[in-house]
Design a protein around this ligand. Structure first.
Ligand code: TRP
Length: 465
């Protein structure tokens, strides 16, 4: 299979399937299994899920196609892509913001991925064996994430893995491995769901997850749902532009985009079915638990499965790999920029970026208990929030939405829909929903996102003042 992570000569994916696999690898990660249940829990459950699905379809899919168009048309990194379509214009700043956003997300994402890695060790070392007291399980999470040494070591290990893969190893087999390991993760998720929904008392959780209470929907719910859709689909900062730049002209962008979307959404919805029924069967756990939610709920489920600890170690191990295929895409965006535009070597680009991100990760790593100042910067639903939450809000939410909006404006107004249509229909033939897509990209996405962002900024400033 051709790998795009080559040297000077730009390669293309071996097939559409190779692209779908890589893009689905980027999309499916902690965003689905960690961030989705956490955000659903913090935003009141089923009503959020409904809004989320709407955001995926009405905004996510159209913007995904915009990124694919920009990538394949320009065959460049995000900065180069804007420059290629609109030479000499300030539009390339949008690509630049994307690169910075990628760096920022990579920093705190690696901290959570480090927790996952740490949990593989903790489970194997028997820290949860026979532990049936949920408070003790929660306490173990708290102790672990507030130990600066443990968290920084795990983050460093994970960042090291990401750098190693992007620096040269993608070719030597990560694609082949993900083809086996991702279906395995999916299979284990199915088993977890089956266990979770058959626990005694599971119905309360199912109700929380499936019975929408529309009165729960507020501006912050909608912003959170939009941000989650962008985050989960890897949109808004140019990752899909970069991956799209390696797609062959013979392939069909529309069906590729739809496949990635289906894979990503299925995994996220299943993660909800694994978490919420189990959550409500455990005395003392609340859906608003925040970033620790899955780390507290899942060990309690593993405890009720035969060979549960083996299962748990394997599950968190596979989650690490899912996270790795996502961090690879984040680092690849920054590396592609430094290699294409700044003429750095791949090794220099990946190691220096990795080191920089590691330093940037330290405040996030210390913000879950180790430093009391960094751990309580502001208040929100569910309690006080720290530096990691703030990074996630600013970069993983607001800036992705800003980026997505500008990408839609760029394709709809600057590049022009005629050009876009040519690129979309290349390798496919007629795209019958083109007019619907055009309206979404030209009017609905830009206006809706702008209105929401403006409202959000106003309410945030008010709440500060
Ligand atoms: N989508 C990934 C996840 O769900 C995270 C991710 C990878 C990402 N690349 C991205 C998020 C680019 C935003 C932009 O875990």
């Amino acid at each position: 299979m051709a790998s795009p992570h080559g040297g000077a000569k730009r390669e293309i994916w071996g097939s559409k399937f190779a692209f779908v696999l890589a893009a689905a690898g980027s999309a499916v990660g902690l965003g689905n299994i960690w961030r989705f249940p956490t955000t659903v829990g913090e935003n009141g459950g089923a009503a959020f899920v409904v809004i989320y699905l709407l955001c995926v379809l009405v905004v996510g899919l159209p913007v995904m196609l915009c990124e694919l168009i920009l990538g394949r048309r320009s065959k460049r990194n995000p900065v180069g892509a804007f420059e290629h379509v609109a030479p000499g214009s300030p539009w390339k700043a949008v690509g630049g913001v994307g690169v910075v956003t990628g760096l920022a997300i990579l920093s705190y994402y690696s901290v959570v991925a480090g927790w996952t890695l740490g949990y593989v060790y903790k489970i194997v070392a028997g820290h949860f064996s026979g532990e049936t007291d949920p408070e003790a399980v929660a306490g173990q999470f708290g102790d672990f994430v507030s130990s600066p040494l443990a968290v920084i070591v795990c983050t460093t290990l994970f960042m090291g893995l990401t750098v190693t893969v992007v620096a040269g190893g993608v070719r030597s087999g990560i694609e082949r491995w993900t083809k086996i390991l991702m279906p395995l993760l999916f299979f284990m998720l199915v088993l977890l769901v089956l266990r979770s929904v058959t626990l005694e008392g599971a119905s309360e959780g199912l109700r929380f997850y499936l019975e929408p209470d529309l009165s729960q929907i507020t501006l912050s719910t909608v912003i959170a749902a939009l941000g989650q859709a962008f985050f989960s689909l890897s949109l808004g900062m140019g990752a899909i532009i970069t991956y799209g730049s390696y797609i062959s002209k013979k392939d069909d962008l529309v069906s590729a985009g739809i496949m990635v979307l289906i894979a990503d959404t299925t995994v996220a919805l299943m993660a909800g079915f694994a978490i919420f029924p189990a959550l409500f069967t455990v005395e003392g756990l609340e859906p608003t638990a925040g970033a620790g939610l899955i780390f507290v709920v899942l060990p309690n489920v593993f405890n009720q499965i035969p060979l549960g600890m083996l299962f748990g170690a394997l599950f968190f191990g596979l989650l690490c790999i899912a996270a790795l295929t996502s961090t690879v895409s984040l680092l690849e965006v920054v590396a592609a920029y430094l290699i294409d535009e700044r003429k750095w070597s791949r090794l220099k680009a990946t190691t220096l970026t990795g080191l920089f991100c590691l330093v940037l990760a330290i405040p996030s790593a210390l913000s879950t208990g180790a430093s009391s100042t960094l751990s309580a910067l502001y208040r929100a639903e569910g309690g006080s929030k720290g530096f990691l939450d703030l990074m996630d809000l600013v970069f993983g939410n607001v800036l992705l939405v800003v980026g997505g909006m500008l990408i839609a404006v760029f394709v709809g107004w600057r590049m022009g829909l005629g050009e876009a249509r040519k690129e979309l229909e290349e390798g496919r033939g007629r795209f019958s929903l083109f007019s619907l897509w055009a309206v979404l990209v030209k009017y609905v996405c830009p206006l809706a996102l702008l209105a929401l962002l403006a409202q959000f900024v106003i309410t945030t400033i008010r709440s500060l003042g």
